[in-house]
Ligand binder design. Structure first.
Ligand SMILES: [Ca+2]
Length: 339
């Protein structure tokens, strides 16, 4: 009797523990599935929000643009309510559809947190003549460049609010202080730290400085003249804060006219760091838009002129070199993003 009773008890224990293990496996599976659905839903919501922000910038969404993306999102919502794992692929489909819509608008509005966003403009691949025969010797020889890959470029210089949202500390090192003002007194190395932090947040090496060729291509916006709007330096004040109108200081970004590709303050306000090291001529420069970087160069390129400089310094082709650890009240940057 004692033996039989023991056998039953053991069997009961074995069954119970088997049921326990299966139950735990099932529960773990359900947790993972819920996690996948939750992550996918979050991706869809972020992509939808970014698209809506891009629509707000563009001022139009396009006829029926959202229909398919919203249908995929709704499929996800229905499946999620029924605890269905089919919700995850539906949400991912919605996320990708919203991203495609934003790409079609040519505008991305990146959430940096704390209500701060960064708007980027799609720059298509194409060719242009880089440099100038009329400028300084370092702007020669004028040469053909083919930007082989489209990219994204921030519509404005990085502001102090954007700097603070990414770096978590205020930009009071700047000479002029204000959220909408361009951040300045940031060295080339400080900019790299900003970009590393931003990339870590999005989980990929997407953000970087523009190359010098990309910068001039985007500044010219299809034009071959001294400025994005033509040759008349007398019109510069409509497009730029420079010595002639700035009153000895930086100004909030995006207040002057943009160039025809929708980029503000490419001329003036603050000089902008590029990725390239400094060369005092274009002899031997790459022609595919890539960065021209040599390890033994002591300087990095800056572009576009500033509140402190005259009209000649604000020309599309004008260039200077700066020590990568150098900081100044007339030097900031803008962000480029891989396609
Ligand atoms: Ca500028």
């Amino acid at each position: 009797m004692a033996i039989a009773s023991f056998t039953v008890s053991l069997a009961t224990v074995l069954v119970a523990s088997t049921v326990g293990a299966a139950g735990r496996r099932q529960a773990a599976h359900a947790t993972r599935a819920a996690q996948r659905v939750g992550d996918a839903r979050q991706q869809a919501l972020s992509a939808r929000e970014e698209w809506a922000a891009a629509v707000a910038v563009a001022g139009q969404a396009g006829e029926g643009a959202e229909r398919e993306a919203r249908a995929a999102f709704d499929r996800g919502e229905s499946a999620r309510i029924g605890n269905g794992e089919a919700a995850a692929p539906a949400y991912l489909e919605a996320a990708s559809a919203y991203r495609a819509l934003a790409d079609r608008l040519g505008i991305r509005s990146l959430d940096l947190g704390g209500g701060v966003r960064m708007v980027l403009v799609r720059i298509e691949a194409g060719g242009f003549r880089m440099g100038s025969d009329q400028g300084d010797s370092d702007e020669m020889p004028v040469h053909d460049v083919r930007i082989t890959k489209g990219f994204w470029l921030a519509r404005t210089e990085v502001t102090q609010a954007q700097w603070e949202a990414v770096m978590g500390y205020n930009a009071s090192q700047s000479e002029f202080y204000g959220g909408d003002l361009p951040v300045e007194r940031v060295s080339w190395r400080d900019c790299q730290e900003f970009l590393r932090t931003l990339n870590a947040r999005v989980g990929g090496a997407l953000f970087r400085l523009p190359t010098e060729a990309e910068w001039e291509y985007a500044c010219r916006a299809g034009g071959a003249a001294d400025y994005c709007f033509g040759e008349a330096a007398g019109q510069l004040g409509d497009y730029a804060w420079y010595q002639g109108n700035a009153g000895g200081r930086t100004h909030p970004v995006g207040q002057r006219k943009p160039n025809s590709w929708g980029l503000f303050d490419m001329h003036g306000n603050v000089w902008e760091w590029c990725e390239d090291t400094w060369h005092d001529s274009y002899e031997g420069a790459p022609t595919d838009g890539s960065a021209w970087v040599e390890a033994d160069s002591a300087l990095r390129v800056v572009r576009g002129g500033s509140w402190y400089g005259d009209a000649r310094r604000c020309r599309s082709a004008c260039r200077l070199g700066g020590a990568p650890s150098g900081r100044s009240g007339y030097l900031g940057f803008r962000v480029a993003r891989a396609p």
